[in-house]
Ligand binder design. Sequence first.
Ligand SMILES: C[S@@+](CC[C@H](N)C(=O)[O-])C[C@H]1O[C@@H](n2cnc3c(N)ncnc32)[C@H](O)[C@@H]1O
Length: 254
Amino acid sequence: MTEADPMTDEFDTMAAWTAEAVAELGSDHAIPAACRGSGSPAALEWLAGRLRLQPGTRLLDCGAGVGGPAELVARRYQVAPVLAEPMIHACRASARLFGRPVVVAAGDRLPFATGVFDAVWSLGVLCTVRDQAGLLAELRRVSRPGARVGLLVFLRTVARLPEQPEGNHFLTAEELDALLAGVGLAVLEHAELADFADPEPEWQAAADRVEAVIERRHGSDHRWQNARSQEQVIGQLISEDLVAGRLLVLDPAG
Ligand SMILES: C[S@@+](CC[C@H](N)C(=O)[O-])C[C@H]1O[C@@H](n2cnc3c(N)ncnc32)[C@H](O)[C@@H]1O
């Protein structure tokens, strides 16, 4: 798209380029490359256990991106994932890489009946969404009685950030608590992303090789430069502890 649309560059164009690079490098690169912002496999394992994922669990991944986290747990726990994601090229990329069911949809207007999912998660999405209460209310609505909702949320630890990636709306922990209470999602447990082990070196190396192929092919494209600068801003905020990832396990019964 245009230089004025860095979220599209970061989440749509980059998704298509990621699938293209995986096709060049091999399918063993797909899951590490397709976990965009969701943190480490260890953090996903923690969440998977608390969401009680097991064979056949109907898991909704809202804001699924390129689909790496859903694929990881689909293979490990034989869950049946359904992906919802507003960026069409991200949907196409996940379908190309993993072939799981995916719908082009925003999280605040999910095209599903009420109470149809056994578990729901949304990873690294809330801060990119304007109608955050609307998205959370939808996650709650589509959860069946007894289901749990998992979130990875990047929170602001200071009153004011020196800079902010475009389109991001970082909440403080207090603001998140109030938002969750307002939509009737009770916090059962939480953990800090920084406390989980880093990915294995081979996982990181695979992700890096995919990044290198994308840069080689598209590094002179302004959309790659926009996406890279967005990623650098958020990376800097996290490295300075101005923004920190938190995992939450939520009870939709409130
Ligand atoms: C940081 S990425 C995380 C992707 C994926 N969950 C992961 O962990 O790899 C944020 C994702 O949220 C998606 N997103 C943006 N606005 C959204 C909305 N209103 N509803 C659902 N997803 C949205 C973006 O397109 C992007 O794929």
